[in-house]
Design a protein around this ligand. Structure first.
Ligand code: 5AD
Ligand code: SF4
Length: 454
């Protein structure tokens, strides 16, 4: 089986779950689609021209499927993810060689769908409903994870209905996994050697899982409980909405050292007029105050964001407000996008669309500022003492590669060190140098943590 993943971390995680579900019925992963028994395109709708890219990939797959048939075999071709959800029947019409189309809510039914597709060759399956049942219950839990860092889905869907966004339609209503299920999965990950978990959800800080005490727990409380698990040294979460960042989560950033001081908190725009038209439910000043409170709780916290330029009705003045906000906040990194109308979303219907040339110009201006900030942030880590979580051996003999709390790759040299330092160790380091995108560091040997290998 070959799975091609487009888009976000959520999709990477979903692909892993699909691979597991299919492994259960005998499909092994392969590195290329050629000759595979099953090919899944796990698609993402957020990026521009996503659907067109899927259709051109399907064009290429058609030949491979034919080759396989000529050799007496059968290749099942499936389209999954948000494009599948949104395009459904259209995919079957434009690419009739596709055997299965299924949306993000139905992965747990994958083995059953494949069995049906295998039995009834030629019968097409489309499964893009939002079933009432809880998909979390049906998926195999994360397997003996491969690495030091793992993703853990705690929440799915979104009720915010930002006027540019397809997520509430494609991923459905906001839903949180029960606390006990999250903790059990985290313990299993820790037992398999995972030291860093990234909690995932489209609107992750809307988390309100049923707790073992019969109450609903927010993300702050969940983070505190996760930090108690032996082996878990780092906790991250993404993506957050400014409106759902409550006092307890801010307090957790103050109190829980395992909660990394690096937060993706998309603001999208710095103009109140545009924020209102986007239905973001917060003003630029609300966001400034929130950042002030986060920084008061955790002074070394660094922020990243998403931005959309050229949202319908955005004037030069609105865009200037975005640049002003970026200048004030000072980001460690960011994603920025030109607004692109998504069918079925309210903003796509607006008659005040911004010309493409204006969007291009604004995007270039914003990215220039954001890149300068990212560069300044990376430079400012030189000279700091930071813990580095070792993830793997480097390319050079004796070299180790890990990550700083800010997800920056950090290289450590020294044969003695490598021989002595298992993957998964947290090493206190002095950052010496920045070369392109990587930091180079020297361990502060005395403060090196020994990992308790049971
Ligand atoms: N046009 C441009 N960017 C978008 N995003 C979401 N929908 C759109 C759209 N229609 C961006 C937002 C979001 C990120 C994941 O993708 O900035 O935070
Ligand atoms: Fe989309 Fe995020 Fe807005 Fe939800 S909060 S509608 S996922 S942009």
């Amino acid at each position: 089986m070959f799975i091609k993943t487009y888009g976000c971390q959520m999709n990477v995680y979903d692909s892993e779950r699909m691979a597991e579900a299919l492994a259960g019925i005998g499909f092994a992963p392969v590195d290329a689609p050629d000759g595979a028994d099953m090919v899944i395109l796990n698609t993402c709708h957020i990026r521009e021209k996503a659907a067109e890219k899927v259709y051109s990939e399907l064009g290429r797959l058609r030949q491979l499927k034919q080759d396989k048939a000529d050799a007496g075999g059968r290749m099942i071709v499936a389209v999954a993810g948000c494009v599948a959800q949104a395009e459904g029947e259209e995919i079957q019409r434009r690419a009739p060689m596709v055997d299965m189309v299924f949306g993000p809510q139905t992965y747990h039914r994958l083995p059953e769908m494949v069995a049906r597709a295998e039995r009834a060759a030629g019968v097409k399956l489309i499964d893009t409903d939002f079933p009432a049942e809880d998909k979390f219950d049906h998926l195999p839990s994360a397997r003996g994870a491969k690495g030091v860092a793992a993703f853990l889905t705690v929440q799915e869907g979104c009720d915010k209905f930002c006027t540019f966004c397809v997520v509430p339609y494609t991923r459905g209503a906001e839903a949180s996994r029960p606390v006990a299920a999250v903790l059990a999965e985290a313990r299993a990950l820790a037992a398999a050697g995972v030291r860093e978990v990234t909690l995932l959800g489209q609107n992750v800080n809307a988390y309100h899982g049923d707790g073992p005490d019969g109450r609903e727990w927010g993300l702050g409380r969940l983070a505190r409980a996760l930090a108690e698990i032996d082996g878990i040294a780092r906790i991250r979460y993404t993506t957050s909405h400014p409106r759902d960042l409550d006092d307890d989560l801010i307090a957790a950033h103050r109190d829980v050292p395992e909660l990394m001081p690096y937060l993706h908190l998309p603001v999208q725009s710095g103009s109140d007029r545009i924020l209102d038209a986007m239905n973001r439910k917060h003003t630029a000043d609300d966001y400034r105050r929130l950042v002030d409170r986060l920084r008061a709780a955790r002074p070394d916290i660094a922020l990243t964001s998403d931005f959309i330029v050229g949202f319908p009705g955005e004037s030069d003045r609105d865009f200037a407000d975005t640049l002003k906000l970026v200048g004030e906040i000072g980001y460690a990194g960011a994603f920025s996008f030109k607004y692109s109308p998504r069918p079925g979303t309210p903003a796509a219907l607006s008659e005040s669309q911004v010309p493409e040339a204006v969007k291009d110009e604004r995007l270039a201006g914003l990215q220039q500022l954001l890149e300068a900030q990212q560069d300044a942030f990376n430079r400012a880590t030189v000279g700091r003492a930071l813990p580095v979580l070792i993830e793997k051996a480097g390319r050079k003999p004796g070299q180790l590669v890990g990550r700083s709390p800010y997800l920056q790759p950090v290289h450590l040299d020294g044969a003695d060190l490598a021989a002595d330092t298992p993957i998964g160790t947290l090493v206190e380091c002095r950052i010496d140098e920045l070369r392109r995108y990587s930091l180079f560091a020297t361990p502060l040997a005395a403060r090196q943590e020994r990992r308790n290998v049971a």
